[in-house]
Design a protein around this ligand. Sequence first.
Ligand code: GDP
Length: 303
Amino acid sequence: KKYQEGMTKTRNSFSSKINDLIARYRKVDEDFFEELEEVLITADVGVTTVMDLVEELKMEVKRQNIKDTNGIKDIISEKLVEIYYGEDQAEIEKLNIQEQGLSVILVVGVNGVGKTTSIGKLAHQLKQEGKQVILAAGDTFRAGAIEQLEVWGERAEVDVIKHNAGSDPAAVIFDAIKAAKSRQADVLICDTAGRLQNKVNLMNELSKVKRVIEREIPNAPHEVLLVLDATTGQNALSQAKTFSEVTNVSGIVLTKLDGTAKGGIVLAIRNELHIPVKFVGLGEQVGDLQQFDANAFVYGLFA
Ligand code: GDP
């Protein structure tokens, strides 16, 4: 339900355009596909993904010998879901949290995308599930980042481990791991600095933080979540590419999906980068983080 409400903008824009297209064309022909491509590109699905999708659609239409646009909506939905999941299973991709022992989640992304907010929401959600959560204030670079994380810590009722602004992020993470171990916490969520201007610095900082985590806990970090802002469209895709070059991203948190009519970016990220979207942000409140479900997402577009 929340999903559908949060997606109103994308849904309204997308489904009205598709409906309009179907009403105007009646017949499935080249012109129809061309306009469909345009609608999808406008929704930020991404050119490469649109090409893949339309090719698949054309084959399916031929295979089923479909002549008019009745029923094409179902096939579009089916193919959108298929594009999302690829050859693999059609299953929600859950957060990798250990049954026993400490799980570490490293959260990366550029400033302003909603990193702190998402960490707060995620902490709240895990706490609701009965997990003991600790936050590490690893963004020691941006002014106010530590205080902001503390506000979210209070909101989610979880502890925040911090040092002073400007200190070494790896040292903060080290202390946070120590604290998490001694308090027998279940999940440690680590914030990181989000400056992309200097790729080498970013890479050095992230790998140093990762080394500390890997040294202290076997098989950690269990997740490296990249936070992306859906309203930045194709820019989000290029950020995802850059971060994939500097670290192993295991999942995406796509924020502000409520603030855009271009939710198609979800499909582009998956199809072009093969990184699953694990969560979507659908608002500014603590409860506005949803586990991503491609089926619900795609069928929500047409609801
Ligand atoms: P950070 O710099 O990446 O840590 O970004 P913040 O967490 O401070 O978020 C930046 C702004 O985006 C804040 O005003 C948040 O309230 C807002 N924001 C974050 N996530 C969402 C979301 O899912 N939907 C909406 N509408 N706003 C969001």
